[in-house]
Design a protein. Sequence first.
Length: 294
Amino acid sequence: MERLTHGGRRHAGRVAPAAVAGVVLILVLAPAGALQASDGPGRAKDEAATYTYLRAASAYERQVDGKLAQSAAAMRALASRIAGECPGAVAGAPSTNPLIPSPAPTPGERAARVRELEQSRWLTDELTTALLAAWLRPDRKAAEALARSLAPVRWSSHALTHQARLDAAGLRELTSGGVLDVCSDMRAWAQSGYLTLAAPTEALREQSKTASAAGGITARVELARKAPPTPYEGPRVQALAARVQALRARETRSLTSALTASEPALRKTLGFGAAEEAEAAASDSRLGAARPAR
């Protein structure tokens, strides 16, 4: 499978860094409150557009709901593959914990720890992105159908119309195949002496910084779990919106459960946090030795 990478070049098996922005689409294609009908002469058309949007979203969510087990299996399979391919890939990374210095670090050493912490976090974000993409992949046909259904939908707000289509296209892209080569990117970081991120990780970092002010991938998923901030217009729209929201909440629970089951253990297998654990153990040992014997 091929995906566009940063700069428009194609590489087999790579998810486009531009698709990272699409992770925010998980479980919520557009803020539900943003789909309210406007006041004025365009109100009826806007409500009709919202209802059409929600019907398409409902069809998408029902198909996704029927494949939750497949999505969870796809995530487990990728986690198992990564764990088997590069265990301990970043186990040699220096400690990124500036709070347990021994001896006290110089300003330069502290700055290096901050840099290493940031780089480690971007690599764990990349790992999470890969797992989320695996989760979404069984939904490819549903995402394609959603994009087709939304093509003729128009609100009086051109910005909303454009955003809804852009979101659907981004979700379709994210589900269409390819995986991030996280093992290669972690090895590249290790081979640089934990000084430089691989180019694909840097591309993801830059794209994520411009895509959302919400922070890391996990934070964006948390945002997606929140309920609509404002009510829908019209009883039929409200009823359909409630059904869509219920399906999204069910997927959120399944996704959260799958990530909780896979990601922490995978991070440990790859070596994330190994130096911090060793440093904390050494600190505890020194504190124990310093206590007077009773």
